[in-house]
Design a protein around this ligand. Structure first.
Ligand code: C2E
Ligand code: MG
Ligand code: MG
Ligand code: MG
Length: 282
């Protein structure tokens, strides 16, 4: 008995198999299984035009819904998906679902909504990327002008020449290109000016301090004027209050995305939001 206890104790303290390592392995296995079952869900968060409050598009945001209904946020599993390469098949599933849903919504409502899909660094660097995107566009029959890809500032700056080549191909297809989380990385402005980018997304960490925080005011104003001189449209992320909404509108920001209008919601709830916004127009 003593021996058994000893063994158990030994097992508990095995170096290398720490609790967090075990959790990681188990999460990786579950990720792999869910990817092979096409078991992820895509939520949509409206992007709203600040002049007339119409929904102009939506961001596709992945959700991992557990059998018990718990939702795991992408912040928790995207980094592991990146490290393991699982982000490649997972990202393709998100892109395909987003394009299919958008074509269907636009048919159903007679709209011209544009869907934004996030691409992480590893996805952006994979060789098959352009082929996969073109296949999905062909298969879903989405008009490329209804598709926007969001890449972060650090992805843009990772390998400037390679990035530029890829972005030019996407731009030629008619896809809109957006820099996500702008202001949180180290963009070299001289490189930015040569990229075929269309939109700057002002990171929510700057919006959070509005309308009172003086340095956030200065940052947001600087980003807005930068966008204007580079002829880029702007989206303010993380608008939560009417004060933030008014502040960004007065600065001339065109589009907002945030809990103030709606959090990311499942497809059918998003369809209900479109329906309501179309009714409000008439
Ligand atoms: P992101 O692309 O910057 O997406 C915006 C995040 O801000 C979303 O978090 C959204 O739910 C959240 N958000 C929107 N409005 C508000 C607001 O008013 N207040 C606050 N506090 N937050 C707001 P989410 O959905 O948890 O996604 C987190 C990140 O995970 C995304 O940041 C993106 O980088 C990544 N991600 C999500 N889906 C995908 C995907 O399909 N593929 C890849 N590669 N990354 C994804
Ligand atoms: Mg994004
Ligand atoms: Mg963002
Ligand atoms: Mg972000």
């Amino acid at each position: 008995k003593a021996k058994q206890e000893g063994r158990n104790r030994y097992h508990l303290f095995t170096p290398g198999l720490t609790e967090s390592a075990l959790r990681r392995i188990s999460m990786e296995n579950q990720l792999r299984q869910t990817a092979s079952d096409n078991g992820f869900t895509v939520y949509y968060q409206p992007k709203v035009n600040l002049h007339d409050n119409t929904i102009v598009g939506m961001e596709a945001l992945i959700r991992w819904i557990q059998p018990d209904g718990t939702i795991i946020s992408p912040a928790e599993f995207i980094p592991l998906a990146e490290e393991t390469g699982l982000i490649v098949p997972i990202g393709e599933q998100v892109l395909e679902a987003a394009c299919l849903d958008t074509v269907e919504l636009n048919q159903r409502f007679g709209t011209n909504l544009k869907v934004s899909v996030n691409l992480s660094l590893r996805q952006f660097k994979q060789e098959q990327l352009m082929k996969n995107i073109m296949d999905i566009i062909a298969m879903t029959a989405i008009c490329p002008s209804c598709l926007e890809l969001e890449i972060t500032e650090s992805t843009v700056m990772d390998d400037i020449e390679q990035t530029k080549t890829i972005l030019e191909k996407m731009d030629k297809l008619g896809i809109t290109l957006s820099i996500d989380d702008f202001g949180t990385g180290y963009s070299s402005l001289s490189h930015l000016k040569n990229m075929p980018m269309h939109t700057l997304k002002i990171d929510q960490s700057f919006v959070a301090g509005l309308p009172h925080n003086k340095s956030d005011q200065k940052l947001v104003k600087a980003i807005m004027s930068l966008a204007r001189s580079f002829d880029l449209s702007t989206v303010a992320e993380g608008i939560e209050t009417p004060e933030q909404y008014n502040y960004m509108r007065e600065l001339g920001c065109e589009v907002m995305q945030g809990y103030y209008y709606s959090p990311p919601v499942p497809l059918e709830e998003f369809a209900a939001l479109i329906e309501a916004s179309l009714k409000a127009d008439f």
